[in-house]
Design a protein around this ligand. Structure first.
Ligand code: ADP
Ligand code: ZN
Length: 614
């Protein structure tokens, strides 16, 4: 691997905006990018907290091109390094990556170009930093800046702790005059404080952006037949799209992936139990092919910077709001519409509570975990805007409801459920506090099953008192009673439901209770997304066909160049091309994402195809 010559860039003025336009093909800076870039170019240190898809890379890539010397970018994953380097080279930038597994000759060559001053950016895996070869080469090189990507890896509180990141204090100690910029999308305050302390960034300027991701639609559906629900969600709204499906266990990952494959969804499993070669191959296919659906445990995702993941689905309840937000944030980095979809049911509550109760962890740890679970349940059962709820948990206030979640689209009513709750709770009590929801519902509705007869439950006073409500309504009532903590599951009775002290005011003292009316309890499924096609919403049928044509063309090119398709051109750029139908190179060059180098490489081919598809 050798670096591209700098000649492409030599005639640029060194102003950040013109680099943005001519190299990356974008018209304006986004949010605080301009401020961050100016600060780093001037030699300042920075800590940047920005949501996924916010545009962190440009915050160090542009200073790297404007400042003299080579920027060193620390990045935790080889796949990430390779893709970033490929994308920069596509844009005509002299970039290289240094990581384990490369031939020694190749590594020497790269380090030589570092000292020669022919590189703009060198991406490096953290464990390479301490090697004598790198230290020596860097000592002789002119260094533009250090960028520490995925900076939360330095913290044990973060979810991706990497011991090698601890060694990064060395950068500051050995080259104190080189500015440093640390970047992360992890919002939670303890991790932030830890990053600052570990990397000694106390004096750095902090840039904190809103963590809102307005292009993601949030939706929670009641779990009935999760596989079928998932399949219709994919078929109705995201056929042919790339997506991630999170499940809580390896077994379930394998099962769902196999089933989806039978249903002709190109799904692949990913979890820590798979051979590392298989895992790597699946990850590569997810990144390099179009429309692959990854079914995964949470082991999958860090540093997945594929911009056109169109949906993230959860079939099991995530462990916390932070984890959920991080996982759903992997959708829609390109700013185009994307969906975060979750199926949630009574059994999830029972299982998660049971898991915590049975755990042998210290009590204070369990208490914290219960708090996280309760927040997650409250999210599922909320009657207010989902985004308002999520952002509040992350310490941010949304001024008004978002207009882009299931609750905003279809406001939830509440109903006086005092009577129903009392009936449900006395059914629990009178059957001995040891039966699961489904049996309780048959008793409430007066159904004469074998199990009912066996236990003589048809002789109870509560038998049949709830025949006026549907099964789904009863499920919804029981689920909400579990979520608010009036009812819990008893690990001694194999998850049978029992009452807690919290139920007393409603059960005995006559306090009224309002519950949310579950839309799925009435119609069977939540109404689908309001606009009929969330994928590429503004495209007409012929435009959609042309878009698919360009995706095919891009995929062929990407395979030739051995890079992921979005490195050639992003979906957002393709959408603009088919909508605006530029008639000349000059018009094409004005489309966001088409910089000078892409115009040279692909401009003529794009115009020819547009002419052929009139
Ligand atoms: P992050 O690392 O913060 O998740 P990226 O740096 O990968 O985000 O950027 C996300 C997407 O937004 C990329 O496709 C990138 O090219 C695009 N992008 C970044 N900055 C701008 C900008 N100023 N104008 C238009 N697109 C941008
Ligand atoms: Zn909303």
């Amino acid at each position: 691997m050798t670096a591209l010559p700098l000649s492409d860039l030599s005639d640029l003025t060194t102003k950040p905006l013109s680099v943005l336009q001519s190299v990356f093909g974008y018209g304006q800076f986004r949010g605080p990018q301009a401020e961050i870039i100016t600060h780093v170019i001037a030699g300042g240190d920075a800590l940047v907290l920005m949501p996924t898809g916010g545009g962190k890379s440009l915050c160090y890539q542009i200073p790297a091109l404007v400042r003299e010397g080579c920027a060193i970018v620390v990045s935790p994953l080889i796949a990430l390094i390779q893709d970033q380097v490929a994308a920069l080279r596509e844009a005509g930038v002299a970039a290289a990556g240094l990581y384990s597994g490369q031939e020694p000759a190749e590594q020497r060559e790269i380090l030589r170009s570092l000292t020669n001053g022919t590189l703009n950016l060198l991406y490096i895996a953290p464990e390479r930093i301490q090697t004598p070869a790198f230290l020596e080469a860097a000592d002789h090189a002119r260094l533009a800046l250090f960028a520490i990507d995925e900076a939360h890896c330095v913290s044990q509180w973060g979810h991706d702790f990497r011991p090698d990141y601890r060694a990064l204090t060395l950068l500051h100690e050995r080259w104190p005059w080189v500015p440093r910029i640390a970047l992360t999308a992890t919002a939670d305050p303890p991790t932030q404080t830890d990053i600052i302390r570990q990397l000694k960034l106390e004096a750095a300027r902090h840039f904190v952006m809103s963590f809102d991701r307005p292009n993601i639609t949030y939706r929670v559906v009641g779990k009935k037949d999760p596989k079928r629900q998932l399949l219709s969600f994919i078929q109705d709204e995201h056929a042919g799209d790339a997506g991630i499906i999170y499940c809580s266990t390896r077994k379930r990952v394998d099962e769902i992936a196999a089933w989806l494959k039978e249903q002709r969804v190109s799904a692949l499993p990913y979890h820590a139990g798979l051979d590392s070669k298989v895992r790597e191959a699946h990850q590569t296919r997810f990144l390099r092919d179009e429309g692959v659906v990854m079914v995964a445990t949470i082991a999958f995702g860090m540093g997945i910077d594929k911009p056109n993941v169109r949906f993230v689905a959860h079939l099991d309840l995530p462990k916390s709001i932070e984890a959920y937000y991080q996982e759903t944030g992997r959708a829609g980095r390109d700013g185009l519409p994307a969906t975060a979809w979750m199926a949630y049911g009574l059994q999830d509550v029972v299982m998660q509570r049971g898991r915590l109760d049975a755990s042998t962890a210290p009590e204070d740890h369990k208490l914290r975990e219960r708090g996280k679970l309760d927040a997650m349940l409250a999210y599922c059962e909320t009657a207010e805007c989902r985004r308002t709820f999520l952002l509040r948990q992350l310490g941010e206030d949304l001024p008004k409801p978002c207009g882009n979640c299931d609750i905003c689209h279809d406001p939830v009513e509440t109903w006086d459920a005092t009577e129903a709750a009392r009936k449900a709770m006395s059914a629990i009590y009178r059957t001995g506090q040891r039966f699961g929801a489904e049996h309780l519902i048959t008793v409430l509705r007066g159904e004469r099953t074998d199990k009912v007869a066996e236990h003589g439950h048809d002789r109870l006073k509560v038998f049949g008192v709830g025949s006026d409500l549907s099964k789904d309504t009863w499920r919804s009532v029981l689920r909400q009673l579990l979520a608010v903590g009036f009812v819990t599951s008893d690990p001694e009775a194999y998850g049978g439901l029992c009452l807690t002290d919290a139920a007393r005011p409603v059960l005995i003292d006559g306090q009224p209770l309002r519950l949310r009316r579950d839309p799925m309890a009435q119609t069977g499924s939540r109404s689908p997304a309001p606009s009929s096609d969330k994928r590429t919403p503004t495209l007409s049928a012929p435009e959609q066909a042309l878009f698919q044509h360009f995706r095919g063309w891009r995929l062929d090119l990407a395979r030739d160049h051995k890079v992921p398709p979005y490195v050639i051109l992003t979906d957002a750029t393709l959408v603009d091309i088919v909508r605006l139908r530029p008639a000349s190179l000059e018009q094409l060059g004005r489309i966001p994402g088409i910089g000078r180098s892409k115009l040279e490489r692909y401009g003529v081919a794009i115009l020819e195809q547009l002419r052929a598809h009139r």
